[in-house]
Design a binder for this molecule. Structure first.
Ligand SMILES: [Zn+2]
Length: 127
């Protein structure tokens, strides 16, 4: 029964969870710009008949950003000088989800009135 859980949580446990919640919310609010997506590096032929890659020479390393939005998959080549920005945006998105998962665990514990399994909530890379 939930009533038992509420009475089983000590004030110290509740304070610790509330401190975790406050720290997670602070990290959430401090997140910089973000976007969802994946970057793949692929070797491709460039399509120019005169290029060495058309005669079996080395192919070109390309970077492709893929993201599904509203049920449609969008794809775009990423220039080398854009890579750091794109990787940072995607990393922040993953950080967002790690925080969401941690917040969910803390809020669930607070709702139940006890820590989840007696352990600290663990971070997960992706939802
Ligand atoms: Zn080529």
């Amino acid at each position: 029964m939930d009533v038992c859980y509420i009475t089983s949580m000590t004030d110290a446990q509740r304070r610790r969870l509330e401190q975790q919640r406050a720290a997670l919310l602070a990290r959430l609010h401090a997140l910089p710009n973000l976007m969802r997506g994946s970057v793949y590096e692929r070797l491709r032929k460039c399509g120019r008949a005169s290029c060495a890659c058309a005669q079996g020479g080395p192919k070109h390393l390309t970077r492709q950003l893929t993201v599904t939005l509203g049920g449609a998959t969008r794809s775009r080549y990423v220039r080398l000088e854009e890579m750091a920005e794109v990787r940072a945006l995607i990393a922040t998105y993953e950080e967002l989800w790690a925080i969401v998962n941690d917040l969910t665990a803390v809020n669930l514990a607070l709702l139940h009135g006890r820590p989840p399994g007696g352990r600290q909530p663990t971070r997960r890379a992706t939802p």
